[in-house]
Design a protein around this ligand. Structure first.
Ligand code: HEM
Length: 148
């Protein structure tokens, strides 16, 4: 399954423009901080990432990719990355291409991981708009991650 509903947040952004919002930057900043709060802040994001990784490690489609991965390090990095993407006070600056290029990740594997993330977000009752916002920020990373 492809990442779904990405267009929703794009449409929302376009909708804001059409409604005559004059200064887009503060609006987007406020929206991101709102989503960060809807995730339950850093602790909520950490819980979502932890259960996403639990789902991934139990997922026969992709668990073999993670045989040699350092899961606590991966958890901490992903938590910081999502926290930053959703407007939280976290720093993350790693090169997605460099990290993943030797792993031979397929489109199907990327989609499976996105499903495992969605499953975790649903498990944690994250509001749909916040879910879509995160998916819309992860989707553009796909070309850097999928190499096979
Ligand atoms: C948008 C989607 C993805 C994001 C945001 C993401 C993010 C990350 C980050 C931040 C790290 C670095 C962890 C560290 O600091 O060491 C990482 C490592 C890793 N990722 Fe991804 N990733 C994504 C998709 C995938 C997919 C689809 C797979 C495989 C199915 C995958 C497999 C791995 C593995 C195995 C590592 C660990 C590498 C190692 O420990 O040496 N990732 N990922």
């Amino acid at each position: 399954m492809k990442i779904r509903n990405i267009n929703l947040s794009l449409n929302a952004a376009i909708g804001m423009l059409c409604l005559g919002v004059t200064s887009l930057t503060p609006v987007l900043a406020r929206a991101d901080a709102t989503y960060y709060n809807e995730f339950g802040g850093r602790a909520g994001i950490h819980a979502v990432v932890t259960d996403m990784l639990t789902n991934v490690l139990a997922d026969d489609r992709i668990k073999s990719y993670f045989t040699n991965a350092n899961i606590p390090v991966l958890n901490a990095s992903l938590t910081n990355q999502v926290c930053m993407l959703e407007g939280g006070p976290c720093k993350f600056d790693e090169n997605m291409k460099k990290i993943h290029e030797s792993l031979g990740i397929t489109q199907a594997a990327f989609n499976a991981l996105a499903e495992d993330l969605q499953k975790s977000m649903n498990q944690h009752n994250i509001p749909l708009a916040a879910q879509n916002d995160l998916l819309s920020k992860l989707a553009p990373m796909e070309p850097a991650i999928v190499t096979k």
